[in-house]
Design a protein around this ligand. Structure first.
Ligand SMILES: Nc1ncnc2c1ncn2[C@@H]1O[C@H](COP(=O)(O)OP(=O)(O)OP(=O)(O)O)[C@@H](O)[C@H]1O
Ligand SMILES: [Mg+2]
Length: 432
């Protein structure tokens, strides 16, 4: 036993300086956890471990209080022996069961020297975990008068009993643990609320978008019906493109949603990049003609087929071309596509337009899901899906300012040529 540390706190007198230093260090570590760890389980494991070490116990556990059922359940149980996980699976205590129940009900610490001889002791917990409790110390976890749970340390390692000093120290651990659980719960709740708000916003935006398409579909279908009834070919010719466009928009929307819904490994095969780009352009040609947009191709020889996921690249190009067509819509203008190979391992695709460009403050956000400046005319999924596909290819996509002020999307893809990888397979999209 060392020199007493403090004259006015009697329980502190029994502790040596070394012991106090050890406790302060452990409390400091637990205190700093609050800012470093936000998930409740990791937090409680760390706190239980520190409590077990400081109290020199064989096991430690945290039971949390369930307000709805008014029961305690094991959230963390650490021990040198026994099956601690069984406690989590099998044991729940009411406030009148066990030492933990009594601690929670009285909101006061209980130090039991002979667990087996104590009538309150809940033997089923030992039976479930195949652990033999000799003695235990249970302290309430309370924050601002709110009961959060009970912290227990079991079996003093040196064979003795838990001391008054242990009780006071564990009470500090209990309060810290309670405050940290409450703060972790608040953070979780905030994240959940933010997510819900984002989903609400996204669903509202998507509903408008879908409503727009459905309006286009139903009105053109009505006109087609009318044209068929009256055998009026002119009405049919006018309404059919609107109908086709609406079905394409629905198909695109579904594809973007699907490609964003889970990680996907690119199915690489030998593709002719130029053909993919021309194919995407052809799919959108009607839109470009309608908007009087001139599309210029500047595809240098990329040295034959490259190993890419043709379908994914086709969708990326559709998204970039669709955005470029939207950007130059009011002005009429030009879209230029450039493809080149800076070296044997990479291929670069640029899609540049003469629209208004992307303002600096939006340059990062445009790749986020649901970011759109097009109101009910856009979902904000196109660039997010494109970004994801390119990343899954191991490539990058960025937006630059085109010399004339428009937007220039640059994709850099690792693309070993087919001859190097020895594959000759061709994608069906590219079969003529
Ligand atoms: N070429 C471009 N010029 C200017 N702004 C662009 C261009 N391409 C994208 N943007 C901006 O990025 C936003 C996000 O584009 P994204 O393709 O993800 O969604 P969207 O086009 O709005 O909707 P959709 O999901 O229907 O494609 C657009 O709303 C627009 O503000
Ligand atoms: Mg788009």
């Amino acid at each position: 036993m060392g020199t007493p540390v403090h004259d006015e706190i009697p329980w502190l007198d029994s502790a040596s300086r070394e012991e106090v230093a050890r406790v302060v260090e452990a409390l400091y570590r637990v205190h700093s956890l609050a800012t470093a760890v936000t998930d409740i389980d990791s937090l409680l494991v760390r706190i239980s471990q520190e409590a077990k070490d400081v109290a020199r116990a064989e096991a430690a556990s945290v039971m949390l209080f369930d307000e709805n059922t008014q029961e305690l359940y094991f959230r963390t149980a650490l021990g040198d022996s026994g099956d601690q996980d069984a406690l989590k699976r099998e044991v729940r205590l009411t406030l009148s069961q066990g030492i933990a129940g009594a601690t929670a009900a009285s909101r006061a610490s209980i130090n039991v020297h002979d667990a087996q001889g104590d009538a309150r002791f809940y033997r089923e917990a030992d039976a479930a975990s195949r652990f033999e409790t000799r003695n235990l110390l249970a302290v309430p976890m309370i924050d601002h008068d709110q009961l959060v749970g009970v912290l227990e340390v079991l079996n003093k390692s040196d064979g003795g009993d838990f001391t008054d000093f242990d009780t006071r120290v564990m009470e500090m651990f209990g309060s810290l643990a309670a405050a940290e659980v409450i703060s972790a719960r608040l953070i979780e709740e905030k994240v959940r609320n933010e997510r819900l708000a984002a989903i609400g916003q996204a669903v509202t935006g998507l509903s408008h978008y879908i409503k727009n398409i459905v309006t286009g579909l139903t009105s053109s279908a009505d006109l087609i019906d009318m044209g068929l009834d009256r055998q009026n070919i002119e009405v049919l010719q006018r309404s059919w493109p609107v109908f086709r466009r609406s079905t394409k928009r629905i198909a695109n929307f579904v594809q973007d949603m699907l490609s964003l819904s889970k990680p996907r490994k690119p199915v690489r095969e030998a593709c002719n990049l130029e053909e993919i780009i021309h194919d995407a352009h052809q799919t959108m040609e009607e839109l470009f003609t309608q908007r009087k947009v001139d599309v210029v191709f500047d595809c240098q020889d990329v040295g034959g087929p490259v190993m890419l996921d043709a379908q994914a690249m086709h969708r990326c190009m559709l998204n970039l071309l669709g955005n470029a067509a939207d950007a130059v819509e009011k002005t009429g203008g030009q879209v230029r596509i450039r493809v080149w190979r800076p070296d044997d391992e990479q291929v670069v695709i640029e899609c540049e337009d003469t629209g208004p460009g992307v303002p600096d403050e939006h340059k990062r956000e445009i790749f986020d899901m649901f970011f759109s400046t097009k109101g009910a005319k856009g979902t904000g999924l196109g660039l997010a899906a494109t970004h994801k596909s390119i990343r899954e290819h191991g490539g990058t996509i960025e937006v630059l300012d085109a010399p004339g002020g428009g937007a220039c999307f640059r994709i850099v893809l690792p693309a070993p040529s087919v001859s190097e990888s020895g594959q000759e397979e061709r994608h069906p999209l590219l079969q003529s």
